[in-house]
Design a protein around this ligand. Structure first.
Ligand code: ADP
Length: 645
């Protein structure tokens, strides 16, 4: 017989009880009834005592407490008497209240005895009410407080214990423990390298780690050491976490994951102890992977900004502990630390030296081929109409990260479902892209006709100038439907460029200022609608002058600090004169671009009116209609900005 059939125990189970909830309910009930349960006996006067109780022979006995209070116990047979019923019934148990039922102040013992004597003159000696004397501390005074306090204590314990399963569940009683979440073998990461599209070079690098975790001997017998730590650097959403999960999934090892900020708490010393605990747990589960996301939260260069923060002791001690732990475990313990950040430049150099995070993998925003591959991964679960073309989608999404693409696919499916479609269509994807780029359409926003006119001319200005300047990304459409925070927008298809020239950047500033220029030409007045444009222009102009060395007067000098070490520094790395010069040159550059935008628009005033009026009529116009008004694209207006270089 096999083991299973031996088991003849009944298969029923107790229903699952939510223990914290039960405790909470008991707590509430106790709070409601406690005052009654411990209800103090009713206070009466000597007169009431004599008239209502003594005379009716209802009193069983009297206990004088601390020589000042008489506690009166009523005979049980009076429990049906309406005058005593309430005092005699115990509300919580429903049975008889053991008493005392009433109390009164006796004044002095002598006078009390005297009054009682008088009141019982004609009662036979053996029938008289027995009086006893007691001295006691008042436990019952603080009992009603102690019980809820104990209950609250236990309730908190239960609630907080329930919060974190798995490794190092967080609790108010063990905040020094690591908060890493563990994906164990049974629930292990299901992600494989097939789920990671593109990132071919990165995959090759991490595959070696997978091989090592699977078969460490192959490496160690040759004397090779596998890196202890791998740091993955890249903009948000480029697949850093995904890659780390894929490594764990492929190697089939436990995967601890936590964010750098989880180490740091308000209390000094917690971070370091969490790091210790994390590595202790990891070593127990080795071979395994520890993944620390956003490592810059702890790994920032030490000693920076000490001026402001009074040296961040907690973060520094956490980082020191991390460094020690990474040194401490040998290469063969089988714990590999993967870390992700989008700011490798600000990390402490000690963290990046060989023996710690010595392997660096750089991820970038995906190019068109990679975007196509990412789309293929994320389109798999969707039910698609035939008109959905992956190449087209990849071409429409330059500058998008993997996470954006995943988001677009899901958003498109939601849009299609909302429209009760059977399949997701191309339009749904376009709508999803627009929505992710510019936010939700807000057709209900109230805009007055005058405002609408200003917005239309503003957007028409952008459209015309960017159409006529050669190096501006191709224009797709212009709309004056409010979306997200903006009231109107011109949509471009960004081209993928690695470097930008002076002409390209100046043209971009010119196109960005064209909205305001159109307003000035048309209405002789400008509006606050250009604030986003101006912000962009200012940043770009300062970048050109102070970082790219595009300005003749400043020269080929860049004040860009790729180490981030002077972030928030009080002192600027240049003199007052240079600061003035930078400001002056930036102003000149922006002014020259603005004048250029105005010149172009004055030359094309009729077209400006045509496009603006078309926009007012239709709210959204596409490339073809703009082409009809302005002719084919590619006419270069030579930049008259010699002064800036
Ligand atoms: P981060 O770089 O910020 O850690 P994630 O790895 O968390 O980014 O990526 C977020 C999501 O974006 C992933 O869950 C995945 O759906 C999608 N994604 C990002 N990059 C890729 C990629 N190369 N292939 C497939 N999906 C990707």
């Amino acid at each position: 017989m096999d083991k299973k059939s031996n088991d003849t125990r009944p298969k029923w189970k107790l229903p699952k009880v939510n223990i914290p909830l039960v405790i909470f309910l008991v707590f509430v009930l106790v709070l409601i009834f406690l005052p009654n349960f411990f209800s103090s006996p009713g206070e009466i006067t000597w007169y009431q005592f004599q008239k209502d109780m003594l005379k009716r022979k209802a009193v069983d006995r009297i206990v004088v407490i601390n020589r000042e209070t008489a506690e009166v116990y009523i005979k049980k047979e009076f429990s049906k008497d309406s005058a005593f019923a309430d005092a005699l019934r115990s509300p919580i148990i429903g049975g008889l209240n053991p008493g005392p039922h009433f109390t009164f102040n006796i004044g002095s013992v002598e006078s009390f005895e005297h009054k009682l004597e008088l009141a019982q003159q004609d009662v036979e000696a053996d029938q008289r009410i027995p009086v006893s004397y007691q001295d006691k501390g008042s436990i019952s005074d603080f009992l009603p407080w102690v019980i809820p306090a104990v209950l609250v204590f236990f309730m908190f314990r239960l609630l907080f214990r329930g919060q974190g399963d798995g490794a190092g569940g967080s609790s108010i009683f063990n905040f020094g423990r690591s908060t890493a979440r563990l994906l164990e073998n049974d629930k292990k990461s299901q992600v494989t390298f097939d789920d990671v599209a593109g990132l071919e070079e990165a995959k090759v690098e991490v595959k070696e780690i997978v091989d090592f975790l699977k078969d460490p001997k192959r490496y160690t017998k040759l004397g090779a050491k596998i890196p202890k730590g791998v740091i993955i650097v890249g903009p948000p959403g480029t697949g850093k976490t995904l890659l780390a999960k894929a490594v764990a999934g492929e190697a089939k090892v436990p995967f601890f994951s936590l964010s750098g900020s989880e180490f740091v708490e308000m209390f000094v010393g917690v971070g370091a102890s969490r790091v210790r605990d994390l590595f202790k747990q990891a070593k127990e589960k080795a071979p395994c992977i520890v993944f620390i996301d956003e490592i810059d939260a702890v790994g920032r260069s030490r000693g920076k900004n000490a001026l402001y923060t009074g040296a961040n002791d907690e973060r520094e001690s956490t980082l020191n502990q991390l460094l020690t732990e990474m040194d401490g475990f040998g290469t063969n313990t089988g714990v590999i630390v993967l870390a992700a950040t989008n700011r490798a430049d600000i990390l402490d150099p000690a963290l990046l030296r060989p023996g710690r995070f010595d392997r660096h993998i750089y991820l970038e925003l995906p190019n068109m081929v990679e975007r196509r591959a990412i789309f293929v991964v994320h389109l798999k679960p969707l039910v698609l109409e035939e008109n959905v073309d992956v190449d087209f989608l990849a071409s429409q999404t330059p500058g998008f990260s993997g996470a954006d693409i995943a988001n677009i696919c899901n958003e498109a499916a939601l849009i299609a479902a909302r429209k009760k479609k059977e399949k997701v269509e191309r339009e749904d994807f376009l709508e999803a892209i627009d929505r992710i780029v510019a936010g939700l359409e807000k057709k209900s926003k109230i805009i007055s006709p005058e405002e609408k006119k200003i917005i239309a001319y503003h957007e028409a200005g952008h459209a015309i100038v960017s159409w006529l300047l050669k190096y501006i990304d191709p224009l797709l459409k212009v709309s004056i439907i409010p979306r997200g925070k903006s009231l109107g927008a011109a949509w471009y298809l960004p081209e993928e460029r690695q470097i930008r020239t002076v002409t390209q950047l100046t043209q971009r500033i010119t196109a960005a200022l064209a909205g305001r220029a159109a307003e000035e030409i048309t209405f002789n007045e400008v509006s606050s609608g250009a604030v986003d444009d101006l912000e962009k222009v200012t940043k770009e102009a300062y970048t050109m002058v102070a970082y790219f060395g595009f300005n003749k007067k400043i020269g080929n000098i860049s004040f860009y600090d790729s180490t981030g070490r002077n972030d928030n520094a009080l002192q600027k790395p240049y003199s007052e004169e240079t600061a003035k010069l930078i400001d002056e040159e930036v102003r000149k550059l922006v002014e020259a671009c603005y004048q250029q935008a105005k010149t172009i628009l004055i030359e094309h005033k009729d077209e400006l009116i045509d496009i603006a009026e078309l926009l007012l009529k239709r709210e959204i116009i596409y490339k073809d209609e703009i082409e009809k008004v302005l002719g084919k694209r590619g006419v270069t207006v030579p930049p008259k900005l010699v002064a800036t270089k």
